[in-house]
Design a protein around this ligand. Structure first.
Ligand code: COA
Ligand code: AMP
Length: 632
């Protein structure tokens, strides 16, 4: 069957399609049906099944005779180390860790925050939670203590599992002081913290609260897998919304298992036993789905890569890892390829490695620009597939499903909707638009298994953010179009979310931080085009009347403040002081117009603008930062 047949089969009978996709999962109790319509546009999948994620990702492969297969390869050019863990070793390690958590009182439904860098122990912590039905929430290491504190207060974890440190090129990220600071700041306090001591920095433990990763596992009874209901939350993953309060995306257990397993063959075209590599971070959704869960559920070998596309030690690292571990499918963000291309445009380092095992490359996380795709195609000589998805969906909404059929690539398009997703382009009034017309991208409800059923403890926010604008649809927050052949084009976000080096960030959250500076009366943050990172944030600051301090001093403090409050990952380095911000007569800041000016794009002065002269002031301020010349 080709793509069109598979998509049509899903559309004709979604229930049968998903029940069939559920077959390869090991159920403790099979679900009686796939979709559970709870009314009022709320849905769940396989809710009455009983199942365990860790069993499906680990134990069952051991039972099936794959125990000696490598489950995880840790390749860390930063620490100059490599290590392999087989499925049977993984089972034993995870069962003991789960047993130790259970012995300290962690039970089904308890939340556990995981704050760890790219080490296998991060995956083991996730799987140990899944083993006993605890709900994990992984926090990315590039966030500051304040962001961690916000997540602690929202998820209210009974335990936090952290490493002593992370490693960025040239600097140690001191996780433990960040963790201690976050716990001090948070209102909710965890019962205990488990600290994995890395040799690069051993952290001081807080007596009575912190336990050592190895020590607390001594002599415990390993835990068996606890079957949970299909609609039991497997995890919460916080992602940026329009405000400083991140959204806690909930992932239910059964749909997650079924959908991820389906994608491994159909989208990524790998067979059990083959090596799959997603060069992302466990703190992001790509890391959850394609470093930890999907490859393990499907019986593949996954790579945990602790390094960067360039500088660890050079722009040939990706090719070295692919060659050395015989990677079949490779997943990264376009920005990573842009970084490699900038250092090695002719691909001289590619030729040094045997890439004959590589069958395809997948890009996601941000728009894949045609230049980057054609460069990668030329260098690697395999299909380079752009695919589009979000933290909320957990896997691809649109892709070129190589395991079903290799569709012609159209540059600039992540290809076609996957089964489960009825994608529509809507106008402001919610009416479907014609092929080629630009509008809001929405997905007809219900969303397929594995996608978010709600936000953690925030159903009203879930409805407001995703369901209210277009009744009967999920609003993706992206704008774009569908062409005559059904190919999707993702053009821009419709909200205040920006994408910096494949990282999703909220300009609203940065504005909240800047507004808290004592000299800042008002501010706006926009995303401007950047040749490497896709977008970078830029801040415009209006200072309080009477503030006579040098502008560059205030700017420097603001840059530091965002780094301290949100984290280095925000990459907030550009800001300028302006007298006023351009606004509509009703007081709405004209961020879109500012972006066009910064990017050097044609724009129309909005008819609703309060005072058009302010745009000239914005141009002058931008010129001091070197824009629009510096924009991509
Ligand atoms: N822990 C702590 N700090 C982190 C971090 C982590 N896990 N990840 C990034 N940072 C820091 C960086 O060290 C950098 O700090 P600096 O301001 O002191 O230099 C800052 O956050 C910004 O990082 P980044 O935006 O990643 O820029 P970079 O210049 O370090 O690297 C690239 C540029 C393109 C090489 C890098 O962004 C990259 O590899 N991107 C791919 C992203 C990706 O895979 N995303 C997954 C989504 S699918
Ligand atoms: P995240 O939740 O971090 O995965 O970010 C999701 C957002 O990243 C989407 O809503 C898009 O705006 C953007 N995005 C992800 N993949 C793509 C893609 N292939 N093309 C264009 N934009 C993308």
């Amino acid at each position: 069957m080709g793509y069109k047949d598979v998509y049509a089969a899903w559309k004709a009978d979604p229930e049968a399609f998903w029940m069939q996709a559920a077959e390869p999962i090991d159920w403790d109790r099979k679900p009686s049906k796939a979709l559970f319509d709870k009314g009022d546009h709320m849905y769940e999948w396989f809710a009455d099944g009983m199942v365990n994620t860790c069993w499906n990702a680990v134990d069952r492969h051991v039972e099936a005779g794959r125990g000696e297969q490598t489950a995880i390869i840790h390749d860390s050019p930063i620490t100059h180390s490599k290590r392999e863990i087989t499925y049977v070793e993984l089972r034993n390690r995870v069962a003991t860790l789960a047993g130790a958590l259970r012995a300290k009182g962690i039970e089904k439904g308890d939340r556990v925050i995981i704050y760890m860098p790219m080490i296998p122990e991060a995956l083991e912590a996730m799987l140990a939670c899944a083993r006993i039905g605890a709900i994990h929430s992984v926090v990315f290491g590039g966030f500051a203590a304040n962001e961690l504190a916000v997540r602690i207060d929202d998820a209210r974890p009974k335990a936090i599992i952290a490493a002593s440190c992370g490693l960025e090129p040239g600097r140690v990220v001191h996780y433990k002081p960040l963790l201690d600071g976050a716990i001090d700041q948070a209102t909710h306090k965890p019962d205990f913290c488990v600290i994995f001591q890395r040799e690069q920095e051993v952290a001081r433990l807080v007596e009575g609260r912190d336990v050592n990763w190895h020590g607390f596992q001594y002599g415990v009874e390993p835990a068996e897998c606890v079957p949970v209901e299909g609609n039991h939350p497997a995890y919460i993953l916080y992602t940026s919304g329009t405000t400083g309060q991140p959204k806690g995306v909930v992932r239910h257990t059964a749909g997650h298992l079924v959908a991820l397993n389906w994608t491994m063959k159909n989208v990524y075209n790998v067979n059990p036993g083959e090596v799959f590599w997603a060069a992302s971070d466990v703190g992001w959704v790509v890391g959850h789905s394609y470093i930890t869960y999907a490859p393990l559920i499907h019986g593949n070998t996954t790579i945990v890569f602790e390094g960067k596309p360039v500088g660890t030690p050079d722009a040939g690292t990706f090719w070295r890892v692919i060659a050395e571990h015989k990677v079949r499918s490779f997943f990264t963000a376009p920005t990573a390829f842009r970084a490699v291309k900038r250092e090695d445009p002719k691909g001289e380092l590619v030729g040094k490695y045997d890439l004959s095992h590589l069958r395809a490359v997948y890009l996601a996380g941000e728009r894949a620009d045609p230049d980057t795709i054609t460069w990668a195609q030329r260098m690697l000589n395999v299909p380079v597939i752009d695919h589009w998805w979000q933290t909320e969906t957990g896997y691809a909404i649109a892709a070129n499903p190589l395991g079903i059929e290799e569709l012609p690539v159209k540059l600039g398009s992540p290809s076609v909707p996957m089964p489960g997703y009825d994608v529509q382009i809507l106008d402001e009034g919610g009416h479907p638009m014609k092929p080629g017309e630009l509008g809001a991208i929405a997905i007809k409800l219900p969303l397929p298994p594995g996608t978010l059923p709600t936000l953690w403890n925030a159903e009203p926010r879930y409805r407001k953010s995703y369901l209210e604008h277009f009744p009967g649809y999920y609003e993706t927050g992206d704008a774009g179009m569908i062409d005559e052949d059904g190919y999707l084009y993702i053009m821009a976000r419709t909200d205040d979310v920006i994408n910096v080096a494949g990282h999703r960030l909220s300009t609203g959250a940065m504005e909240e931080v800047l507004a808290a500076h004592t000299d800042v009366a008002e501010c706006a943050v926009i995303g401007v085009s950047d040749a490497l990172k896709g977008q970078v944030p830029m801040g415009f600051l209006c200072l309080n009347a009477g503030c006579n301090r040098p502008h560059d001093e205030v700017v420097r403090e603001c840059v530091t403040l965002v780094r301290e409050k949100i984290g280095p990952v925000a990459a907030f380095k550009l800001a300028c002081v302006v007298d006023r911000l351009p606004k509509t007569r009703s007081g709405k800041i004209l961020r879109g117009t500012m972006v066009s000016i910064a990017d050097g794009k044609a724009y129309k002065t909005p008819a609703t603008i309060d005072d058009p002269a302010i745009l000239d002031e914005i141009k002058e301020a931008l010129a001091t930062l070197g824009y629009p010349e510096k924009a991509a």
